[in-house]
Design a binder for this molecule. Structure first.
Ligand code: HEM
Length: 381
């Protein structure tokens, strides 16, 4: 099914047109070289449809969004226009690898104390949900230090971010769309308020002369991109480490990279053809939505020695496209890697001594894995 593309990663094949079951058709691109070629050519393949709702929104849900003053002008991932480089530069400066590194010791102490609490609970015979205990809000804490965010409770932000991923990328009933539009709309109002007086990124974008709508749009996307994707990945990574034999002496950075390749939380990403063209011999008329299967590109035997095997450091392990490529390549990649390295090194000893009671469950979604709970018990319990 098109909405669960992580269930069935195929051998690379020529691009083919696939119906998504909710009214749309996409050219599904699986080969590493073709996914990369599309990402590297933003003039032919524009990012404009990156955040379009997959399930068309009924008027009732649109009205709810309008009532809340919801507007999402192109700012980052879906911005193929002239304003993109300047907005990206502001974000990139705050997320520069040097700034990210400064937060590693602090993050290590936060994760260490979370792991100690989880270990104590496990020793006393209790099961522990490692998604909730370690990963669920961790990226948000880091983002708050790096870019400044509204002082909303972490629970409210994560509820909003997950609602946005569902509203824009899941197959949905009209009732569910109405509910999600309300959640997203209400948080959008919080962001609008913050955009007018907040510090950090909001202040930088205002000072650079960007309109309030652009500031809100950038904050909106950053919260979804920086919080949800990373928390999902941390949970998938812990699950991987709990269920795979990790060779002794392996570098933590290699563990993270191999997990990004095999367990990417962003399974697909979209582009739209700006003109008639061809891709690997397949005709691509202007206006075609291309669904780039990032997870499949990471398992392409033409770039990875053993595509299906978790082998940290193997040839091609780092050539995955989990962070995209080109002008829109993930600007938070260093941050995501740093968070993942801290979580991998701090949880690995614990993960060696647990048994999995419940693997993360992932709902139907075109793009995001969105794992929920990951419940473990002490192996001797
Ligand atoms: C494991 C975690 C993450 C994954 C897998 C991921 C993946 C991606 C992907 C696939 C894209 C689209 C790239 C393209 O169109 O070529 C993207 C864009 C982006 N990501 Fe991430 N991301 C992650 C974490 C983060 C974090 C932590 C942040 C920020 C705090 C972030 C901020 C962004 C931004 C701002 C963009 C848009 C860049 C642009 O259009 O110029 N991401 N990410």
């Amino acid at each position: 099914m098109l909405f669960r593309l992580w269930d069935s990663v195929p051998a690379p094949a020529p691009a083919r047109l696939v119906a998504d079951g909710v009214g749309g058709e996409h050219l599904l691109v699986t080969r590493h070289a073709e996914v990369r070629a599309v990402l590297a050519d933003p003039d032919t393949y524009r990012p404009d449809n990156a955040l379009d709702a997959v399930t068309p929104m009924p008027v009732s849900a649109l009205r709810i969004l309008v009532r809340h003053g919801f507007r999402l002008p192109p700012t980052l991932a879906n911005n193929g226009g002239a304003s993109h480089p300047a907005i990206r530069a502001e974000v990139a400066e705050l997320l520069h690898p040097h700034s990210v590194e400064r937060h590693r010791p602090w993050l290590t102490s936060v994760v260490r104390s979370r792991v100690a609490s989880a270990a104590a609970a496990l020793r006393s015979g209790e099961p522990v949900d490692l998604h909730a205990a370690i990963a669920a809000d961790l990226p948000l804490l880091v983002l708050a230090r790096l870019v400044d965010l509204p002082a909303a409770e972490a629970g409210a932000v994560t509820t909003f971010a997950r609602a946005a991923l569902e509203l824009f990328w899941a197959p949905l009933s009209a009732d569910r769309q109405g509910h999600l539009a309300r959640v997203v709309g209400e948080f959008h109002a919080v962001l609008r308020d913050f955009a007018t007086h907040g510090d950090g990124l909001a202040a930088r974008l205002r000072a650079a002369g960007h309109s309030p709508d652009i500031v809100v749009g950038a904050l909106f996307f950053l919260l979804v991109a920086g919080q949800e994707t990373t928390s999902q990945f941390l949970t998938l990574l812990m699950h991987r480490l709990a269920t795979t034999t990790v060779p002794p002496g392996v570098r933590t950075a290699d563990l993270v990279e191999e997990s990004l390749r095999l367990d990417t939380p962003i399974v697909t990403w979209r582009r739209v053809a700006a003109r008639d063209t061809t891709l690997g011999g397949v005709a691509v008329p202007a206006g075609t939505s291309l669904l780039l299967w990032l997870a499949a590109a990471g398992r392409d035997p033409s770039v990875v020695a053993e595509p299906e095997v978790f082998a940290p450091g193997q040839r091609g392990s780092r050539r995955h496209l989990a962070f995209g490529a080109g002008a829109h390549r993930c600007v938070g990649a260093s941050l995501a890697r740093m968070e993942a390295e801290v979580v991998a090194s701090e949880t690995l000893p614990l993960l060696r001594s647990v048994t999995v009671l419940r693997a993360p469950w992932t709902p139907d979604n075109l793009t995001f894995r969105m794992p929920d709970a990951f419940v473990v018990a002490d192996i001797s319990a």
